[in-house]
Design a protein around this ligand. Structure first.
Ligand SMILES: [Zn+2]
Length: 111
């Protein structure tokens, strides 16, 4: 499925500044080599899988989970937090055999 993308503000809706704290910090991290140069080009996002574990939603062993991603910025001048985009992407998932759950539990080694 194609992602659903809703564009947000490209500058501060409060003061109109185009200076962005998140973008500046991410650029500094790229320049110092702490994150790869090609990572997080669209900024950072808060995201949540839209899967309700209290409801029986899984019939097939393979299914799609919608994931909502809210990207944001912080104005470098007035520090207003604002949304730069909202997206819904669709991730393919598979029920691990025998668990009945969409995600496998972490595997720990005993030694
Ligand atoms: Zn501002």
């Amino acid at each position: 499925m194609e992602p659903i993308i809703i564009k947000g503000a490209d500058k501060c809706p409060q003061c109109g500044s185009e200076q962005k704290n998140v973008e500046e910090v991410m650029n500094d991290l790229r320049e110092t080599g702490l994150i790869p140069k090609e990572s997080f080009k669209e900024g950072i996002a808060i995201q949540a899988a839209l899967y309700d574990p209290t409801r029986q939603q899984v019939i097939a062993t393979k299914f799609t989970i919608p994931i909502i991603q809210v990207r944001f910025e912080v104005c470098a001048d007035c520090h207003t937090i604002y949304c730069t985009s909202v997206a819904v992407v669709f991730q393919q998932a598979e029920v691990a055999r025998g668990t009945g759950r969409p995600f496998s539990p972490p595997q720990y080694k005993s030694n």
